[in-house]
Design a protein around this ligand. Sequence first.
Ligand SMILES: [Zn+2]
Ligand SMILES: [Zn+2]
Length: 280
Amino acid sequence: MRIDLHTHSSTSDGTDTPDELVREAARAGLDVVALTDHDTFDGLDVAVATGEEVGVQVVRGLELSCAHRGASVHLLGYGVDPADPALAGEMQRVRDGREGRVAGVLAKLDALGVGVSEESVRRHVGDSPSVGRPHIADAMVEAGHVVDRTEAFDRYLADGGPAHVERYAIPLARGIDLVRGASGVAVIAHPWGRGRERVLPPDLLAQLAAEHALDGVEVDHQDHDRDARRRLRKLATRLDLLGTGSSDYHGTGKTDHDLGCNTTAPEVFAEISARMAARR
Ligand SMILES: [Zn+2]
Ligand SMILES: [Zn+2]
């Protein structure tokens, strides 16, 4: 049984439509795939329908933009009730914040001599209800300022980069409460990737588990090196947190994140499924 619990479609910043993504998952030999677009549920119905057609179980997921001590932290939610008003309200606030910062980022890029037009960014956003930095990065690639999204982030767009603009993100503990309050299973995405170990040290994860009923942490992720995975797995066991593994697939939008490059153990997925069912 091959299980991948973290993927993005063109409904957020991936390049496959939800339908294409699930067909791709079938071709990649996955039995289970979770669609976890950023701050939106819009791709889920199509993905689930395609999954039924091609024989792949699609888990309804979400990746919520949270923050802790000024650093961005991503929270995965599985089996979340999309009609929950508290969560829906906060998600709208996050999407408004994304929208609101585009002009600021474009002005900074302009001043840095690597400007792109708002129209070209819109073109890359397409049907997505959730405009993000990756769309700006795509416009920069198209304009020839950078070779790929990675260079756009490393040189300009990343947190603290010269073209970064702050936006609203949900305080992490509140994000966990919202996911749990909406009957979901809460798992912190790539907690120790890209220097985040300082932001999310073991004692904080212990506190989130004890006081906010955090369900798990993503252990096997491309942003974690072998040592980080080993230590995180040990910590998860000690704190009785579920440890997942996933690709964070973005289609052609992110290299080295192929579907199924990391997977979640069947017994861990069985526990996630049991919790989703119990909370429904
Ligand atoms: Zn993420
Ligand atoms: Zn992701």
